[in-house]
Design a protein around this ligand. Sequence first.
Ligand SMILES: [Zn+2]
Length: 338
Amino acid sequence: MNVVAGVDLGGTAINYTIVNAAEKFLIEGLCEHPALSVQGPEVCLTQIENGLKIAIEKAGVRFEDVVAVGLDTPGPASASGVLSARGSTNFVHADWAGFDIRKNLEARLDRPVTYLNDGNAGALWGHFTIFGANSTETSISAIIGTGLGGGVIVNGNVVKGRMGFGGELGHVLIPYQAIEGIEGLKPKCNCGRTGDLESLCSLTAIAQTLLPYFLARYPGHELSKVDSNRAPKMVRGMAENGDSLCRDIFRVQAHALGLFFDEMINTFDPDALIIGGGGLETGADFQRWFIAETRRGMPRQRAEQAGIPIHVMPNGDTAGARGAAIEALKLLDQVRIK
Ligand SMILES: [Zn+2]
């Protein structure tokens, strides 16, 4: 049996999945192993290999069955998997600077390894859930978490870009002044821009910008009495339960996303728009409300463009590993021909 493994190397955990040639995932839910990135490449790659063997056993296959491996990690990294020479929050050990993680894992496992950054892997997973692995469709995924990640899939392929920065959707500027109800607001992003998508549509945006802005407009609101580390994380649940302030925050986020999607519609004319991440891990009713608000936030569309589907991505926790596996699945046909 030919199968492909997906390896999602995160900040604290490595998550695995196994998929067969029929695009069936052989591991349900999470298969986690601790990540030891802080101890440098040597320890971390050993850890990846050990965890992979556990995952393979769990999936009921043999190591010999694994013909390719898809890897994803947080960036910044080149399109081919060379980690930034300037380091990053997830790869602080000095030996990671400029380290070719894809090539080194390939040598260690003696299997072809594909590479995606975590945002693009998540986007590919979202795309797969709608169109399957051998699609020729185009989709845009916005993944709302601590920041705003995602990716662009054109004709079934991830747009990685010249330096690996394709699909950095959070830092695309939007005409935020068009959003009603945030008069005077200057949303700043950690990247230095004012008014990009992440500056309004992320947990960081809630904490740094939207919650302080709206608390000033709702004197005595219960969240003003909550610790400022905890309060931003309570907004989603309270919005779902109908709290006006928290609904206002999510309405602003939806309208920001609507403006962004409008830019993508006019750039790519995509087959689908996809929303993922923890920001929308809510009940179906709230998701429907959020999608309707996202549409309301878009400028008027041409009749041909108005019906574009907006989906919510399933399985947030496993998205990275599964997306990474789907990228490697594309190698399966090539490997078989050899
Ligand atoms: Zn930014």
